[in-house]
Design a protein around this ligand. Structure first.
Ligand code: NAP
Ligand code: FE
Length: 373
């Protein structure tokens, strides 16, 4: 166990944190704002950023083509646009998809001439500066260097990361998440909870990362219990409003935790469910939680970590795992051929080694078969 910790992103949080910190946006002459089609505008974040930039005479161009599970080609297109427009810094606004895309856009723009796939494995050290404004409470992308993209023409996700990809500032304003519907609120909270659990069990965890993992898990689990009693009707957004701060800061804490450790096997196994069946990322990870606890409980280290993690939540490990699976609510059925393909897609991921118990390919098949046949 160590006390090591490194996370170079400054977190600024609170109501109207963007407009209240205009000076922090003066990172260059022209920004490229990377966001999704609708939500950045709808939640008010894009207008706040535009006002802050215009107020200081800083130019900007908006690249709003980022879809869920962003394609490498679209991030590359954003990088080329940044180069053509002379943008010298990047502002990501949105859920994990636009924030992850913003990191890739920043890398492509700072390394002109590279081809789309050169972003992987080439040890890129240059990046434009990045500011991150989350509008979901899930991925923690605002405080880590990970950029998860989908490879064009393949149903495979691959993570790019570079030491230069940390956002300089993360601006957390719960009001930007108020427009999230109940489905995405629950799903993103489940993603964040998985980050906390998978990070806590990681052999790379430290005393500090575990403290963040527990803090995040406590905020998120309590909020998820409350969400259980909020009906998905016209009143849901108002009913969820009091939870927004806890969800956003809980997710950010989970992001700090996985910055230190990375994630475990729920993530690669879940990617297939998202890419082939459109199941939102958090639900697609959460559905594996009972298996994740069960396999890791086979080791003394895993069992004692799971017990410590769940006792910090005031719940038994059985209850926590069962609830996370129930809230994930995945009812997909898979054929043997699908299972074989899915394992092929993700068996090379580095995540498996990141737990006390390392599952093998046969165990991946057992897990998929047990849950989805
Ligand atoms: P997302 O894919 O960014 O967005 C999901 C949907 O929510 C989109 O339709 C988006 O609309 C909408 N949305 C976002 N904010 C909203 C708001 N405030 N109000 C209403 N709708 C809103 O979702 P996510 O779960 O945050 O991100 C998932 C991605 O992050 C996956 O690709 C996953 O692999 C990645 N990820 C990254 C990390 C990391 O550490 N970097 C960790 C876990 C997952 P618009 O399209 O209009 O914006
Ligand atoms: Fe995740």
């Amino acid at each position: 166990m160590s006390f090591n910790f490194y996370m170079p992103t400054a977190i600024l949080s609170g109501e109207d944190i963007v407009r209240g910190n205009a000076g922090k946006f003066a990172l260059g002459k022209k920004a490229i704002i990377v966001c999704g089609r609708n939500s950045a505008k709808a939640c008010g974040a894009l207008d706040d950023v535009a006002a802050v930039l215009e107020g200081q005479g800083i130019g900007y161009t908006v690249f709003n083509k980022i879809m869920e599970n962003p394609l490498v080609s679209v991030c590359y297109e954003g990088g080329q646009l940044a180069i053509r427009e002379g943008c010298d810094f990047v502002i990501g606004i949105g859920g994990g998809s636009p924030l992850d895309a913003a990191k890739a856009v920043a890398a492509y723009a700072a390394n002109p001439g590279i081809q789309p796939m050169d972003i992987y494995g080439s040890d890129l050290k240059e990046s434009l500066s990045i500011l991150a404004i989350p509008t979901t409470a899930g991925t923690g992308s605002e405080v880590n260097p990970y950029s998860v993209m989908t490879l064009d023409g393949k149903n495979v996700k691959k993570t790019f990361k570079s030491p230069a990809s940390y956002p300089k500032y993360a601006f957390l304003d719960p009001k930007y998440t108020v427009s999230l519907n109940r489905n995405y609120t629950v799903s993103t909270a489940l993603d964040a909870f998985c980050h906390c659990a998978e990070s806590y069990l990681s052999p790379k965890s430290t005393e500090v990362s575990r403290a963040f993992a527990v803090m995040g898990a406590q905020k998120l689990y309590k909020s998820l219990e409350t969400l259980e009693n909020i009906a998905d009707d016209d009143n849901a957004k108002e009913a969820m409003r009091p939870l927004r701060y806890e969800l956003l800061t809980g997710a950010c804490a989970g992001g700090v935790a996985i910055n230190a450790t990375g994630t475990g096997f729920n993530h690669p196994l879940g990617y297939n469910l998202t890419l082939y069946y459109g199941i939102p990322h958090g639900r697609a990870c959460g559905v594996f939680m009972q298996e994740y606890f069960a396999y890791n409980s086979r080791t003394d280290e895993g069992k004692s970590l799971i017990d410590a993690f769940c006792s910090a939540l005031g719940r038994s490990a059985e209850t926590v795992a069962a609830k996370i699976v129930e809230w994930s609510n995945v009812t997909t059925k898979l054929t043997d051929a699908e299972i074989a393909l899915y394992i092929e897609n993700v068996k090379g991921a580095g995540n498996y080694a990141n737990s006390p118990y390392v599952i093998n390919v046969d165990e991946m098949r057992t897990i998929y078969t047990k849950l989805f046949k």
